[in-house]
Design a protein around this ligand. Sequence first.
Ligand code: EPU
Length: 413
Amino acid sequence: MHGGISLQGKVRIQGSKNASLPILAAAVLTEERNKLVDCPKISDVYQMIQLIESMGGRCSWEEDGICLDTADMTPAQMPTEQVRGMRSSICLLGALLARFGHVAMEYPGGCVIGERPIDIHLSALGSLGVEFTQNASGIYGNVSGSLHGAQIDLPIASVGATENILLAAVTAEGITEVNGAAREPEITALCNYLQSCGAKIAGIGTSHLVIEGVEKLHGCTFRIPTDRIAAGTYLLAALATAGDVFLERAPWEQMEAVIRVAKAMGAECQCCEEGLYVQGPGELQQIGYLRTDIYPGFPTDLQSLILPLCVCTQGETVIEETIFENRFRILEPLRRMGAQLEQLDAHCVRVYGGGRLQGCPVEATELRGGAALVVAGLMADGKTTVTGCRFIERGYENICRDLRDLGARIYGS
Ligand code: EPU
């Protein structure tokens, strides 16, 4: 790609990756036909579909989404490549336990952004009546009798653990109360889907969820909400290039923290029913300090994307990552592009501003870091080549097409 072009125009925001993956797993519970409108066509979704198909589920794409029939599923060995290929395979743990009463799976993989343990998932599901054994090759869970409600106090507001609890609790006997639940919009989306299937959940959107188990769920048609991280990516790309962009269907009500930062950097942002309009300033303003946090704080998934912008503001900015400890793999390629960055410790980076980025060949090694290199390339002088695009394809339907539609000189699939 060749940098230095100001993005202009309109981009339609895709369905949310992190909402669709647990909802696909949840469809396993229904034993019926479901339609997920606006399910994004990304490689993580394809992998989840392959996992469901490997156990006898039937999936077919239609023009506006995907249809799943999970009636004939039976427990079966899941293919290693897909289980280990993404973090979200862990959602199948709760779903399969609820449906079949037992599960055997390898450890999930996903982007290398930290250790990503699953201890909280296992202890929460344990409270609902699952007995786990683990060895080097995987996790084995068994429910003797049936799953039962429990009070669960989460030590960390883990998104994945909250999802697994929901999946296991909606058809468990009795009431499950979760304190310290994650409040990310993707949890709300999962709750809304489950409710459309007949689940009883109170406290949606709060850290206190109360789930009353029902005997059975039924299938439904559900619209996957739009992707706040993809929208945030394009918002920051517009900001990075002094662009003038309309983010069609952007879920701006979930993007408050990002919009606040964009405005502090000089952007003009306007929200309307159809989406979010953003106009980048001629010169980016320094923000000084930014800390990621659980929702509604600044999302960890956009932390890498803010780094190249800080390189081009005046003065220094300290970025503190509080969710994952290995989210700075992007520093090396950014340094190769001319960024001056100092890693202060496992969680903090100081960005020395006042610089310019120079295009060069760089390699993506994880999803959001990869998208950040694309944004860096849009800002850089000259030509940037990003390899490792398979990581980016895990979460973006077609970042090249979208950016090209906005005028970027970017080539690739
Ligand atoms: N954690 C534990 N033990 C557990 C679970 C989590 O210590 O059993 C720790 C993690 O190591 C991490 C923190 O808790 O330090 C938060 O992890 P969480 O479980 O909330 O994250 P996740 O479910 O693994 C999801 C998204 C991530 C997003 C985070 C935070 C999906 C598939 N992934 O991950 O998205 O960054 O929540 O919002 O929903 C991405 O889209 O690129 C991505 C990585």
